[in-house]
Design a protein around this ligand. Structure first.
Ligand code: ATP
Ligand code: MG
Length: 229
């Protein structure tokens, strides 16, 4: 099938949940590669407690080592101001002129909040959106979000998807519901474990953990102020 996937996030830090998300979607859709794209200045999150962009990139590089179809995309680090996905994906389109639209992957919590993003509801113009559920049973979140964001895209009565489903949106563009397994961990959970001096084994790769420990002082100073998100 081919195609490029993009998984955007703050990645503070990247963890095995993100990596599995990227691997599962890549395999389910037969993608050529997935770019993990850290945001430089998150519009929705305060920057207190956020590791510097360069260190989050270094952690990402360690996390994808040995997985040839996963790449790290530093595009948002080149753009100034808040890292709005709309702007980033337009810049992506400019740099990849003539290529098919990328697949922009997101968890259900991010998809359901798209209407709060800068030009969030226009994103299907620049990417094929892919929603991955939290527990495999978020088909109703998918349908409810589509009904409210892009009215007229779904018939009034239709079954909630149990398996993969692609909806052609009324205004153009497409969204896919892709129920792949998900590891129930988050960066918030990892930062809390780190703060209490607990082991991070099996939450991230050994290579990534080594990078984190090599920057232990900086990480502790930064995450001391991080609040749950
Ligand atoms: P935080 O706890 O700081 O919010 P996070 O673990 O949610 O961090 P983000 O950087 O906010 O990570 O998420 C980036 C993207 O990855 C989002 O689309 C989010 O829905 C998705 N994601 C986060 N955690 C997981 C997970 N465990 N499995 C699959 N996808 C995830
Ligand atoms: Mg999150």
């Amino acid at each position: 099938m081919g195609g490029i996937g993009i998984l955007g996030g703050t990645f503070n830090p990247v963890h095995n949940g993100h990596v599995r998300h990227a691997v599962e979607v890549a395999e389910a859709l037969g993608l050529e590669r997935v770019a993990l794209m850290p945001c430089a200045t998150p519009p929705h999150k305060e920057s207190a407690g956020l590791l510097p962009f360069a260190l989050r990139v270094e952690l990402l590089r360690a996390a994808v080592k040995g997985i040839p179809f996963l790449k790290v995309e530093t595009l948002e680090g080149e753009l100034s101001g808040p890292s709005y996905t709309w702007r980033t994906l337009n810049e992506w389109a400019r740099r990849h002129e003539g290529e098919p639209l990328p697949y922009f992957m997101m968890g259900a919590e991010a998809f359901a909040a798209l209407d709060t993003w800068n030009h969030g509801l226009k994103l299907p113009q620049v990417a094929h959106l892919v929603m991955v559920p939290r527990g495999g049973d978020d088909g109703s979140v998918f349908h409810e979000s589509i009904r409210s964001f892009w009215p007229g895209s779904l018939p009034e009565v239709c079954d909630v998807p149990l398996g993969r489903e692609t909806v052609e949106l009324a205004g153009g563009g497409r969204c896919t519901f892709l129920p792949v397994p998900r590891l129930d961990i988050s960066s918030t959970f990892i930062r809390a474990r780190w703060r209490s001096g607990r082991s991070l084994a099996a939450l991230m790769s050994a290579e990534e953990l080594a990078v984190l420990h090599a920057h232990a002082e900086e990480v502790s100073a930064c995450w001391a102020t991080a609040r749950p998100r």
